[in-house]
Design a binder for this molecule. Sequence first.
Ligand code: CUA
Length: 307
Amino acid sequence: MTPIAGALALAAVASASNGGISPVGPVTPNGHRITDAYWLILGITGAVFLLVEGTLLTFVIRYRRRGRPRDAEPEQIHGATRIEIVWTVVPVLLLAVIVSFVFYKLPGIKNSPAAAGNNASITVEAHQFYWLFKYPGGREAINVLTVPRGEVVNLDVTAVDVAHSWWVPAFGGKIDAIPGKTNHTWFKAEKAGLYPIRCAEFCGIQHTAMRGVVNVMRFPTAKADWRKELGREAFTGVCASCHGFNGEGLIGPAIASNPTLQDPKALGDLVRNGSGKMPAVGSTWDAKVINALAGYLKTKFGGAGGG
Ligand code: CUA
């Protein structure tokens, strides 16, 4: 009875799909492979769990003391060859199934498809506390990675300050973003849509603010306004993480009326080098990013701030 109740509870949780124990529905080939491995391992370990716990409870109830004297000795036996062979061989076979399945799936998860191996990579640069994307051809973006649907996208993942971890749950696995090292991963999104990015490594006080989104477009994206977008992304994704969106101040002071915002050179020095408690959030930013940010701040705060 108890194992059945347990199985029902598990099934109910599993079918809850979001917020339950099932992974986010995969939308990439590597995501599908990882999810397959997840369900196989969960199935085997779940069955073992129910078997072991069910047997345990059965024995606890069935062979309880029932008023026998405390010092009554049960029948003394030594060895049970057949059972010992079974409980050795069965786990070995189960582990062999899991290992074979994982090694069968692994190359397809790790390696970008051969034909697309030479596609230019997008660089993913993790910072406290945002993602900077550098596309082939010079375009840059913060926290929003825009890619076409159905194409293999290769990523070179690195970090600037501390270790972070790149994770798009709908795409499957995570990959470490480590200062001074470049890790490679890839994806091919099958469905257009917006897929949240999470940093999966505790990287500092605003770790949970280190969010982004992959925007999978049905058609190649229009390039017209990316500089304007970049300025907005730099402010909302970098400055606002600590200073608040309307200058209301989180761990950083309110900045809406600070004259530095209206002075591109001072702004560049500040974000590239940091100042006091403020880290050098833009230590790797080139003129494109600084100018985009300065342009955005001018339109957002230029009129009201008044210098
Ligand atoms: Cu970056 Cu956590």
